[in-house]
Design a binder for this molecule. Structure first.
Ligand code: MN
Length: 289
């Protein structure tokens, strides 16, 4: 099928399904128009797909071959340069198009700036938003733009979506106060453990949209991202949380955002690619339908 706002790009290497029949539908969002520190998130989708070439499609601990699953890759969104709102509109419209022909599809965004998660949430209307991120992203506006990447969780909260955040280690006093007033719960990276995740997520209503800003990981494993922060989480900590989440909550959609860089095979992209395979594997192996 043809989508209005997508174009063909490098795709995953194994046999892919048509979007009408797929359970998992990958969509790249190569947007970095409001990046404040390190540019290059526009290369994120391509870098992640390219990094999957390094991985075995067989996931050892799940005894599952990703290449045998119904996965579609519908290419990348044609971005509106410098305009996060208009680009997120295209993300929203593309996911709406997809859901009209395949209501059971689980969209997987590869980004690209975190600002673009808003478009996916607007299309999917989840009840809850679970996010791994170094940053609160609860600013009302940043650099005169309410659709800046630093505002995405605020815009999502305004839709009436419940939120829980993990791995946080950066924010402003205003953001902390906004979270407190709005009942938005978050766990600092220093305090994070599996129990803290379950405690906050268990009461959340379904379905859940899961977002991983790659900067949640320690910058040693994700050095090329828009706003890197020391002191992040480890890879298996996040995987264990995702396993619990997909087993216990229905998932509306998933994304891996803020992957940047200019060189193929960089650690950030390799981390994201492995995370992508684990998310799909966990959904297939233990996901709640
Ligand atoms: Mn972040």
């Amino acid at each position: 099928m043809e989508f209005l706002y997508t174009y063909e790009t490098l795709k995953l290497e194994f046999p892919l399904a048509e979007p009408e029949e797929a359970r998992y539908v990958i969509l790249g969002v190569p947007f970095d128009g409001t990046t404040s520190y390190k540019a290059g998130a526009r290369f994120g989708p391509t870098l992640i797909r390219q990094a999957t070439l390094n991985l075995e499609s067989y996931v050892l601990d799940y005894d599952l071959d990703i290449a045998e699953l119904p996965i579609a890759d519908i290419g990348d969104i044609a971005v509106v340069a410098g305009d996060p709102r208009k680009t997120a509109d295209r993300v929203r419209e593309t996911i709406e198009e997809l859901k009209r022909v395949n209501p059971n599809a689980i969209p997987i965004l590869l980004g690209g700036e975190h600002s673009q998660t808003l478009g996916a949430v607007e299309a999917l209307r989840p009840k809850s938003y679970v996010v791994f991120d170094a940053h609160l992203d609860l600013r009302d506006s940043y650099e005169d733009n309410p659709y800046n990447h630093a505002c995405v969780a605020r815009r999502i909260a305004e839709l009436g979506v419940r939120e829980a955040m993990f791995g946080i280690r950066s924010g402003t006093r205003e953001e902390v106060e906004f979270a407190e007033k709005g009942g938005i719960r978050w766990v600092h990276a220093r305090d994070y453990d599996f129990d803290s995740f379950v405690e906050l997520v268990e009461p959340l209503p379904e379905p859940v949209y899961l977002s991983v800003d790659i900067d949640v990981f320690d910058l040693a494993i994700v050095p090329t991202t828009g706003t890197p922060e020391a002191g992040g989480l480890g890879f298996w900590e996040v995987i264990e949380a995702i396993e619990w989440l997909v087993e216990n909550k229905r998932i509306a959609g998933f994304d891996i955002m803020e992957v940047a860089g200019e060189t193929l095979g960089n650690p950030t992209a390799l981390t994201a690619a492995k995370l992508l395979f684990y998310f799909i594997g966990a959904m297939e192996k233990m996901g709640k339908l």
